[in-house]
Every structure is written in structure tokens, then in C-alpha cells.
Design a protein around this ligand. Structure first.
Ligand code: ATP
Ligand code: MG
Length: 402
């Protein structure tokens, strides 16, 4: 292993002092969490970059595989080092470029001299290392503007550091640096994507799901757990609150005119979500709503639904096209689970002709004959909570049980 450490460049970082420290602290914690299976990791944080020491090949492989998924990282590079003499530097330059030399490419040498007492200046280092690489590899040529590979050489006080690769990171901000929100998670395509986008903006997520047994099956519940589980791979645990919703849905069907049941159902969901949000100390609710996608997502419908609370409702997909949402779902790995054909509590109770322009006063009027408050309290109280990722029962544990 020629690489000694991985250099991490921070993503979008607010320049204010305290926030910056918080960003860096969170990122370091989240990295520790994501690599809990290969700890200990020696992580050194500086003001404008972070270094993770590479102890062996195995850790290197795992780091390179998972770092691209951690929010708050702009890019990262494996870094090699050598003694401060020209022979060792030439040798290291050859070894680093060997990783790229199997195809024709252009390159240049970029030098940063922190140790100003080093006898070779920038120009000499560029000339010496450039010449060495060119004579070693016939298919590599020099190009100063936009080369394929930039061989970066840093002359620091303790040693020479070199890197030849810049891997793009996930961008965004470390999860937890922007507070906590409650994600309304259905089994569909949109809401997991909405959750992902908020996590990317540094928001810690808890999720809430409404289910209506026996109208919805264990399969559809498992699907939602699987989706929440998928989201945990971006570097945070997720608590999933499962709300028994049958009683309320059946009552809505009985008491509210059919074309308004959908609006009322959404209003009840939101009231329950808001209570859970308050209990868990989250500041906002996140949904996968996208303008005009279905009857409940017209501006009039959103207004009528939103009327039950003044809590901020974050809708990261409000202006996104379905195809773009699908692309993200495919990229983050939730799409396949989302399209499994299990029924959702809303689809089953969906009226044939839901109102696309419901009037708040009318909806509220029909709801006023029923005491939903108590049912809402009960649904909140009787919720089941799961912490994901679930610990897998390993073969050994099974053996213990037998
Ligand atoms: P999705 O693909 O996320 O299901 P959708 O296009 O099917 O979205 P709707 O079914 O109208 O749209 O749902 C809109 C939003 O309401 C969802 O994105 C989700 O945030 C929330 N929602 C819908 N059904 C449920 C449910 N059973 N449990 C929790 N949240 C839900
Ligand atoms: Mg849906």
C-alpha cells in the first residue's frame, strides 16, 4: 500500500466560526459511524480539510467504497508520502502514475510548498518529476490546461505528500448539522427520495408511516421498513414510527362525503404526524409531495391539507418532474423496493373522483361531526417504533437460541 492517508475536502461549509466547528465535528462523528465495523480510525481534522490514516489494504478498500456516500464531503484523495529527497520523490511519482498508466492520458505536476526552506523550488520539482514520468510511461503526455491527471505534490515540514486522484464526494452537509425532521414515508417512489434530499442537506430524519391492517398487508409494512433501512446507508440511524390507521380511515369513509375523504385522510395524517413530531422534538415535517402529480397535490389540496398545522412542511420534490425523481430513486437504490406491488393505505381508500379543489370550510364542516381528537391521541399512543438498521440475527445468535 503506497497510500498513507485519505485527504478529505469539506463540502458546502458555512464560513461562520461556530458553525464551521459544528460541521467538522459532525462530519467526523458521521464518518466514525459509517465505518463502525473497521474502527479504530485515526481521523485528524483541520480547518479546511480532514485526514484519515490508512493502516492497511482492507481499510483502504472499505474507505474508498463508502466515502462517496457520506454527506459533507466535496471530494477526497488517497495520499502517499516519502522522504524529502529527489530520488524518493521520483520513485513515488512513478508508483502513483502507475495506477493511471494503462491508457493514454495527459498529466501535469502541481506543487504546493508549505516548507519554504526545501532546496528545490516549484519549477525544479515540476521539471524533475514531469521528466521522470514522461520517460517512464510512453502513453502519458503533458498538458497544462485540464489534464486527465494532476499529480499534486505537497512539500510539508515532515515529508513530501503526493496524490494523483480526486474522487468526487456526495456534497451536501453532514447529517445532524441542520437539526431533525419527521419524514412521512409511504411505500412509494417519492417519499424516500424526499428523505434522502433532506438528509443530504444535513437534516437528521425520523420516519412515520400509516398502515391499515387488514386492508394493508405485512408485506407493505416490510417494504416501508426496507425503504427506511435503505436510507440508513447514507450514514445515520432512523427511527420509524408505525401508526395504526384503520380505525380512522374506516370512520372517515363513514362520515365524510366520498369526494372529500382523501383530503380529510391527509389532514388526519398530518395532525398525527405533527403530534409525533412534537414528542420527538423535530422542527419540521417532510413529505414527497410534488405539485400536480395527483389530486391531493394541487395547490388547493395542499392548502386544505396544510391548514391543520403551522409547523413547516418541507417538500423537497415540489417542483421536480417524476422522471427526475425516478432517476434519483434508482441512483440511491430505493427504486426497486418502491415499485414492489404492495397496497398502500391511501390507494385502498382512494375515492373514484377525489376533489382536486377542496374548500377548507367544507372539509372542516364535515369533519366537525366526529370527535377525531381522541382517535388521533390513541393512534399516536399505540404507535410501534423501530430503530433501523435492525441488528441482524447472526447464525451464532441463532445457535445460542437453539
Ligand atoms: P409516494 O411515492 O411518496 O408514495 P405519491 O406520489 O404516491 O408519493 P401520495 O401517495 O399522494 O403521493 O403521497 C404524498 C405524500 O404523502 C407522500 O410522499 C408521503 O410523504 C405522504 N404519505 C402518503 N401515504 C403515506 C403513508 N401511508 N404513510 C406515511 N406517509 C404517507
Ligand atoms: Mg403514495
Amino acid at each position: 500500500m503506497i497510500f498513507k492517508e485519505i485527504l478529505i475536502r469539506y463540502g458546502e461549509l458555512s464560513t461562520k466560526g461556530r458553525n464551521k466547528n459544528d460541521f467538522i465535528r459532525r462530519l467526523r462523528e458521521n464518518i466514525r459511524y459509517s465505518f463502525h465495523d473497521i474502527l479504530p480510525l485515526n481521523i485528524r481534522a483541520e480547518r479546511d480539510r480532514m485526514f484519515i490514516e490508512i493502516e492497511n489494504d482492507e481499510k483502504y478498500q472499505v474507505l474508498m467504497e463508502r466515502l462517496p456516500e457520506i454527506f459533507g464531503i466535496q471530494s477526497f484523495s488517497p495520499v502517499a508520502s516519502c522522504n524529502k529527497n529527489m530520488d524518493d520523490m521520483k520513485q513515488l511519482a512513478i508508483e502513483i502514475m502507475a495506477q493511471h498508466s494503462n491508457q493514454p492520458l495527459t498529466f501535469k505536476v502541481e506543487v504546493r510548498r508549505t516548507d519554504k526552506t526545501f532546496p528545490y523550488d516549484t519549477h525544479m520539482i515540476q521539471r524533475e518529476l514531469g521528466g521522470t514520468v514522461l520517460s517512464k510511461y510512453q502513453n502519458i503526455s503533458v498538458q497544462v490546461k485540464n489534464p486527465d491527471v494532476e499529480l499534486r505534490v505537497e512539500v510539508r515540514h515532515d515529508a513530501i505528500y503526493m496524490m494523483g486522484q480526486i474522487v468526487p464526494g456526495a456534497g451536501g452537509m453532514p447529517i445532524g448539522s441542520n437539526g431533525k425532521s419527521l419524514l412521512m414515508l409511504s411505500g412509494g417512489i417519492d417519499s424516500p427520495v424526499a428523505g434522502y434530499l433532506m438528509m443530504k442537506r444535513g437534516v437528521r430524519i425520523e420516519a412515520i408511516h400509516f398502515y391499515s391492517p387488514p386492508y394493508t398487508s405485512e408485506h407493505s409494512l416490510q417494504k416501508v421498513k426496507d425503504l427506511a433501512n435503505e436510507l440508513t446507508k447514507f450514514g445515520a440511524k432512523i427511527r420509524l414510527h408505525i401508526i395504526p390507521f384503520t380505525e380512522i380511515q374506516v370512520l372517515i369513509k363513514e362520515r365524510v362525503p366520498e369526494n372529500m375523504t382523501m383530503t380529510t385522510t391527509r389532514r388526519m395524517m398530518l395532525r398525527i404526524a405533527d403530534k409525533v413530531r412534537e414528542e420527538i422534538g423535530a422542527l419540521a415535517i417532510v413529505t414527497g409531495e410534488s405539485l400536480g402529480q395527483v389530486a391531493s397535490q394541487t395547490l388547493e389540496s395542499l392548502t386544505a391539507i396544510n391548514d391543520v398545522t403551522s409547523t413547516p412542511i418541507l417538500r423537497p420534490l415540489i417542483a421536480a418532474d417524476k422522471l427526475d425523481i425516478i432517476h434519483i430513486a434508482e441512483r440511491i437504490g430505493t427504486y426497486e423496493t418502491s415499485v414492489l406491488p404492495y397496497e398502500d393505505c391511501c390507494t385502498i381508500f382512494t375515492p373514484a373522483r377525489p376533489k382536486t379543489k377542496p374548500k377548507i370550510e367544507k372539509v372542516a364542516h364535515y369533519e366537525s361531526f366526529t370527535d377525531f381528537d381522541e382517535l388521533i391521541e390513541r393512534a399516536v399512543r399505540n404507535r410501534e417504533t423501530h430503530l433501523l438498521p435492525e441488528k441482524k440475527v447472526t447464525a451464532d445468535k441463532f445457535a445460542d437460541l437453539l
